[in-house]
Design a protein around this ligand. Structure first.
Ligand SMILES: CC(C)(COP(=O)(O)OP(=O)(O)OC[C@H]1O[C@@H](n2cnc3c(N)ncnc32)[C@H](O)[C@@H]1OP(=O)(O)O)[C@@H](O)C(=O)NCCC(=O)NCCS
Length: 174
């Protein structure tokens, strides 16, 4: 009973990416790369995150994007461990839209962590008068369920990177 309650409402902490996190993030990426079901939706991890130097480069690039005000990335901490990453970028064509992305390591799924992190990021965006948007691959059922639980609704299809995506807009605080 206690277990299921904490799974429904897990405690998560969001922190900016920091160089000190490179080894832990590299290990997280390795666990994702070793899991075909997850790396299917994260091809860039499989392709690019093959060394701690690559992870360091990613962290520096995210820090630069944040300083430029175009993308904001946070690690998701659960019980002081890096469970995943959530980020949003501001849409160049529509400055009111903030496109959110997220992922977890395979050992952290199934606990409601992504829903909680998404709700935290979403409420921050709403308070800045930004419209949170998710573009989710049509075959990514887990992410679509996360979106709906966090108060998003399907609003139509779009084609990105030559693939069909479902677009979800935020509708209500869950
Ligand atoms: C998306 C992601 C964060 C979800 O993690 P999570 O919140 O822990 O999700 P869960 O594993 O609990 O799955 C959510 C739901 O989808 C269901 N689900 C998971 N995989 C599924 C599949 N292949 N087919 C059907 N249902 C599936 C689960 O049973 C669960 O159902 P429930 O809510 O009814 O219990 C995680 O899967 C991930 O990091 N995926 C790779 C990256 C990614 O796709 N990011 C999203 C980009 S928009």
């Amino acid at each position: 009973m206690e277990r299921s309650r904490s799974f429904e409402n897990p405690v998560v902490e969001l922190r900016p990416l920091n160089i000190d996190m490179q080894v832990e993030l590299f290990n997280l990426f390795q666990s994702i790369a070793a899991n075909p079901r997850m790396s299917l939706h994260l091809p860039w991890i499989l392709r690019d995150m093959t060394s701690t130097e690559a992870v360091q480069g990613l962290i520096v690039s995210k820090q630069k994007k944040e300083a430029a005000g175009v993308e904001f990335a946070r690690v998701i901490l659960s019980n002081s461990e890096i469970a995943g990453v959530i980020s949003y970028s501001l849409n160049e064509d529509n400055s009111k839209h903030a496109e959110i992305g997220y992922f977890l390591g395979p050992t952290y799924t199934g606990r409601g962590i992504a829903v909680t992190a998404l709700k935290v990021i979403t409420s921050g965006l709403i308070s800045q008068n930004l419209q949170p948007v998710l573009n989710i691959e049509y075959n990514n059922i887990a992410s679509q369920k996360v979106a709906i639980k966090a108060g998003f609704e399907y609003s139509g299809d779009c084609i990105l990177h030559n693939s069909r995506y479902y677009q979800y807009f935020f509708r209500r605080l869950g």
